[in-house]
Structures are given as C-alpha cells and as structure tokens.
Design a binder for this molecule. Structure first.
Ligand SMILES: C[S@@+](CC[C@H](N)C(=O)[O-])C[C@H]1O[C@@H](n2cnc3c(N)ncnc32)[C@H](O)[C@@H]1O
Ligand code: SF4
Length: 448
C-alpha cells in the first residue's frame, strides 16, 4: 500500500471531464455552449445517449445519486413527457443532427420503476429523434424488486435491450439491513433467472466493498455467491462515504452503527476483490469492472472518451442530473426532477452547468486512461506525461509492456490521485475548489 508519491487516495472520483465550471448565471459561457450546439459537426465521433430516470423505491442509506422516492404515476408520466420534449429540442440542433448513436443507457435512480407504457414512449422518442447504429448497445438499469418482473423483462427483450444491470452491493443480509438496501435476496436471484431466460447479452451487477463493518470474511461469502450465480460482468466499487447522512457518522462514533474499515483494510479489500474476481474467471477490464468478456461495455467505453487514451467520444445526456460531453464541453442538467420538468415544459434547455474547453483536447483521453488500466505510448503527447509516468513506474504504480503503460493493482488503488495529476492546470484549480467543499463535509471530520 505504501507509496512515495501519495500519502492517501484522492477522496473522490471524477466521472466527467473537463469539470463543470459555469452556471446559468454566467450567461455568456452557457451561450457559448449553445452556439457550439448550433454549429455543424466537423469530426465524426462515436456517441452515447444517456437517459436519467430519478425514481427509486427507497433511498439506500449510502447513495449520493440524485434519486427521488416519489412513486406517483402521474409524476412519472409528467417526467416522461418532459424527457420526450427535451429529446425533441436537443435533436433540432445542427450539431446533434450530425451525430449517430452507438450506445444507449437508461440509468438512475431505478429505470425499472417506470411503467412499461412510459418506457415505451421514451424508446419510441429515442428512435424518432436520433440516428442509431444497427449494432447499438442498449442498456437498462434497475433495482431487483421492480426488475424481477417477467412482463418487464419480456418487454425489454422485445425492445432489443442487450444489457441488463442491477445493484446487489452485498449478499450479507445484516449489512443490507443496516444500509437500508430493501430488495430481498430472492429478487436478486429471480432477476438473474429472468435475465438468463430472456438471453440478454450482458447481465451486469454492481457490488460494493469497504462497507461499514465489512470484513474479508464477508467478501469471501460475496465471492462464493457471485461464483454460484454466474453473471457476465460485475462493477465492483469501493463505497464512498460521502452520501451517508450525519446520523450515520454519529452512530459510528457512539457505537450504534458499524465502523468504517481502515485505509489499510480498504487496500487489502481492493487487492482481495481483484485477485478473487480473476480467480473466478473474470477479466479486469477497467478500474472497477470485471467481465467474462475482454472489453468493458460500450456504455463505459464511450462515457470515458472512447477508451485507452481515446478522447473524442461524446455523450448526449437527457433527464434531470444527466451529464454529457458535446463538442469539447461537459455539461450537467438541472438536478431536481420537478424543476427540470418545469424548465423543459417552458421550452428551456434544462442545462445547469457547463465546462470550459480544454487547452489540448487529447488531455481528456489521458485523464481517463487509468479507468482502462493502460494507454498506448503513441497516444501520449508532451514530455510532462512521460516524466510523470517515470515517477509512477519508480513507485510501483505502473509498468511498461508492449508499447503500453499499464497500471499495477497498487496503481489502480491510487487511480483517483493519478487522475488529478493528469489534469490540465485550469482544471486543477476547479478540482481544488470542489475538494475544499468536499472536505467541509461531515464525513471528513470524523471516523477516519
Ligand atoms: C446509482 S445506482 C443505480 C442502479 C440501481 N438503482 C441500483 O441500485 O441497483 C448504481 C450503483 O451505484 C453504486 N453506488 C451507490 N452509492 C454508492 C456509493 N456511495 N459509493 C460507491 N458506489 C455507490 C451502487 O453499486 C449502485 O448499484
Ligand atoms: S443505490 Fe440505486 S436503488 Fe439505492 S438509492 Fe441509489 S439509485 Fe436508488
């Protein structure tokens, strides 16, 4: 675990780059982005369409994502109407007209909560508004209670959804109860049986380690269950504590809630998960993804620029709190679903934040390379990267092999820190502001 370069791992992961800087009140910058959308697209790129559905059955205690537990069918109908209208508005921009979609992702929240009629309206609208490749990967995310529904699975298969994904997190029932993960393990099993019955190409689940009170023994049981059930791919994340409410940290202090494992335990769990998943026959295809296939899903590859140092892949994000990247700009949609609906129904594009362009667009591919574990030497521009990579090699975080720079298992542990060190200087300034905000959060003041 010891590193000369890093005392500790940077506390959060950047999923989008360049970082969002300007809000709507910085009018000109947002206008600049709209101008970029109105121009012709000059370079052909691979493209992802992300659709965010914010509804959940229950808010898991640890989850920092934007999800509402409102299950009112009228609100779901209004939300559908809003995203259908948003797609229509977006598809009228010159730049968007020139895009072809290679992968589509329904993410959340829990899209499986939406009534089938509403999902159908969204799929029909996608087909009407965008040009889609014939081999497009269609992914649909859900949570086990609502996904364990034969009518829904049958419908998704009929609609050519190729990839199903749902969260398990852990098989330990005591931990599930503590963390308020409400889905019974029977539904986890039923989802898998249905997904196998309908022969989805990729059956993906999310798992978590570094949970409060979790031990390597618990992980061993999780591995046995993974092996018994057999999924195609697994996203195995370490738990970020940012989402927990203050009462949980107080509980960790007064002993009424299990404690966070130590940093050293976290490293041991990282190593244990990596080695065990490989022993079970999964390939480590990205920092957090283990797959029976040799590559990550198209969704992840395109979301992070195209993979292995590629930087040009773009994302159109639809729905509240969706985050996209188009024509050199990252952007974020309005977070609150009800505000989002109001804005769209008033014919406003519901964008809340926009980034600057990078000085060198190739930097985006280099920043995302740790996700893919390796980068071809031919993708690297500029001596600063070579100097930095030499330091990573000296520190045991990286090795050179067949024209590639590859992260070691220790390197992937420090991946969030390595990522920051690859940022352009203007992006580091924004990241520093975010770090200060993060450090004022309750979870940093206690329980370390
Ligand atoms: C945003 S959820 C959407 C899928 C679906 N709602 C579910 O939970 O099955 C996707 C995944 O994010 C992961 N996640 C949620 N909170 C997290 C946290 N605090 N740290 C790390 N991963 C987290 C979980 O593994 C979860 O399955
Ligand atoms: S982990 Fe999934 S089900 Fe749980 S609150 Fe987050 S989005 Fe909803």
């Amino acid at each position: 675990m010891n590193s000369k370069l890093y005392k500790k791992v940077f506390p959060f992961t950047h999923h989008f780059y360049p970082l969002h800087k300007y809000t709507k009140s910085d009018g000109n910058y947002v206008k600049e982005f709209f101008n970029a959308l109105s121009s012709k697209k000059s370079v052909k790129t691979e493209n992802l369409l992300y659709i965010h559905i914010p509804f959940c059955l229950h808010h898991c205690l640890f989850c920092p994502f934007h999800a509402t537990t409102n299950r009112n069918s009228e609100d779901m109908r209004k939300y559908t109407e809003a995203i259908v209208r948003e797609m229509d508005m977006f598809s009228r921009f010159e730049y968007i007209k020139d895009m072809t979609i290679n992968a589509i992702y329904f993410g959340g929240g829990s899209p499986s909560l939406m009534p089938i009629d509403e999902i159908k309206k969204i799929i029909d609208s996608i087909k009407k508004c965008f040009r889609i490749t014939s081999d497009c990967e269609w992914s649909f995310e859900g949570e086990p209670i609502t996904l364990a529904n034969e009518e829904l699975m049958h419908f998704l298969k009929e609609q050519n959804i190729s990839r199903i994904s749902y969260g398990i997190q852990t098989f330990n029932q005591e931990l599930r109860d503590k963390l308020e993960i409400v889905a019974p393990l029977d539904d986890v099993q039923k989802c898998l049986e249905l997904a196998k019955k309908y022969k989805f190409d990729d059956i993906n689940v999310d798992m978590l380690y570094y949970l409060p009170g979790q031990t390597i023994e618990d992980l061993k049981t999780d591995m046995e269950n993974i092996n018994r059930l057999g999924f195609t791919s697994i996203d195995y994340y370490y738990l970020s504590y940012f989402g927990f409410p203050e009462r949980v940290f107080k509980g960790m202090e007064d002993g009424s809630f299990p404690k966070r494992p130590s940093e050293y335990d976290r490293y041991c769990m990282h190593e244990y998960v990596t080695n065990s998943m490989i022993e079970l026959g999964y390939n480590k295809v990205t920092e957090n993804i283990f797959s029976k296939q040799n590559e990550p899903s198209e969704f992840y590859r395109l979301c992070w620029g195209g993979g292995y140092g590629e930087y040009s892949a773009e994302t159109i994000a639809i729905g509240c709190s969706g985050r996209g990247y188009i024509n050199g700009y990252s952007y974020a949609n309005t977070t609150n679903p009800y505000k989002f609906i109001d804005e769209v129904m008033n014919n406003e594009i519901p964008i809340f934040k926009v980034s600057d362009r990078l000085d060198e667009e190739e930097n985006r591919g280099i920043v995302f390379f740790p996700r893919f574990l390796k980068i071809s030497k031919s993708k690297i521009i500029g001596t600063r990267y070579f100097d930095f990579f030499k330091k990573l090699i000296d520190d045991g975080l990286m090795v050179e092999s067949d024209g590639y720079y590859c992260l070691t298992t220790k390197g992937t542990f420090y991946s969030p820190s390595i990522t920051i060190d690859l940022f352009e200087s203007k992006q580091v300034e924004i990241s520093d502001i975010w770090l200060k905000e993060y450090e004022s959060n309750y979870d940093n003041k206690t329980c370390r």
